[in-house]
Design a protein. Structure first.
Length: 347
């Protein structure tokens, strides 16, 4: 297939591109190169004849129309988004512009291409979203998000993603655009931009800095290794049923405090310091509207498409920690970018 991937210089998008090229797909990386993007993420495939890059901001409707028309992909995988909850609290406007208006622009361009080509049955618009659109779960481990869970977003970020999900479904129902949707749990792994929890903990630990835990650390997330997620996304875009949504989870629930202690234990083994890294844990003011728990039931994608996660969170964290230890040049170059290393989202 020829895949046009938005946000391909980001964390998840770059993993999708690397895996897609390895599978023999042609790929077009469409990215605005905002603060969280890094072309080093796709350096390993940059010289491949299967790879092309276009610097385009999805908020620019004319530019989006031009790039979609130029490349005429078989499928569009729409990952480009503002995604940091703390940043959405401080500055929600860009989240509406990128996640809502940007998705509208992508849908309009996809629809125009699809109609010009005579509405080919094999075309796909794959919208990649988050489990945060479903809101917060109770502590009961038997209760998990399914594809039928009602939407209940509680942050500007999750509200903007919920809005984009609704647009995608509307374009399918109203115009017949062949879409598939996915909602994933928290990702982690190589090339994770150093403002999110796991890279913050790894890099702060190495620097001897405090390891910040919001509130009492009891908030629970379902952790999904990014390479597993990339495989799931390519499975959905090639095999998913039109109009259907698929929840993608790692089946690895951990509280934030448990997660941080696990990372500390891995670092104690791989890069021992003068004292246990867990002694650097520091409790800080909680995030406003902090959801208590996320957990995904991935039964549909497992039973219908045959996908399941390949690693436990302990295995994935060990791989991730080792990657950061081995790739200091990559993360050092990003630490001077806007907002990195600062506490955001306390407004």
């Amino acid at each position: 297939m020829k895949l046009l991937v938005t946000g391909g210089a980001g964390f998840i998008g770059s993993a999708v591109l690397r895996r897609a090229v390895a599978q023999g797909h042609q790929v077009v990386n469409v990215d605005a190169l905002t603060y969280a993007a890094c072309l080093e993420n796709v350096a390993s495939i940059a010289q491949s004849p299967l790879y092309q890059f276009e610097q385009v901001d999805i908020r620019d409707a004319a530019a989006v129309e031009a790039v979609v028309a130029k490349h005429a992909p078989d499928a569009i995988m729409h990952l480009a988004a503002e995604s940091h909850v703390d940043r959405s609290i401080d500055g929600p406007g860009v989240f509406i512009e990128t996640n809502v208006i940007g998705t509208f622009n992508m849908l309009q361009s996809a629809r125009a291409l699809w109609e010009r080509q005579g509405r080919p049955a094999g075309f796909r618009f794959h919208h990649i979203s988050t489990d945060e659109v479903f809101g917060s779960l109770p502590a009961d481990p038997s209760v998990k998000f399914t594809e039928d869970t009602a939407y209940d977003p509680r942050s500007p970020y999750s509200a903007s993603k919920a809005s984009s999900d609704h647009l995608v479904r509307a374009w399918h129902e109203t115009y017949g655009l062949p879409v598939v949707l996915t909602n994933c749990s928290n990702n982690y792994g190589p090339y994770h931009f150093p403002e999110k929890l796991i890279p913050v903990v790894i890099l702060n630990a190495l620097a001897g800095a405090p390891l910040p835990i919001y509130g009492d650390g009891s908030n629970v997330r379902d952790w999904l290794y990014v390479e597993d997620h990339a495989e799931a996304l390519l499975t959905v875009v090639t095999k998913g049923e039109v109009g259907r949504s698929y929840n993608i989870g790692g089946e690895n629930e951990r509280s934030n405090l448990e997660l941080v202690r696990t990372i500390c234990a891995i670092l104690d083994e791989k890069r021992p310091g003068n004292r246990p890294y867990a002694e650097q844990i520091t409790y800080v003011t909680d995030r406003p509207g902090h959801d208590a728990r996320y957990a995904i039931d991935p039964s549909r994608i497992r039973e219908e498409l045959g996908w399941s996660p390949s690693v436990t969170v302990e295995e994935g964290l060990a791989l991730t920690v080792q990657w950061y230890l081995d790739n200091e040049d990559w993360w050092r170059a990003l630490q001077s970018r806007d907002g990195v290393g600062k506490r955001l989202g306390t407004a």
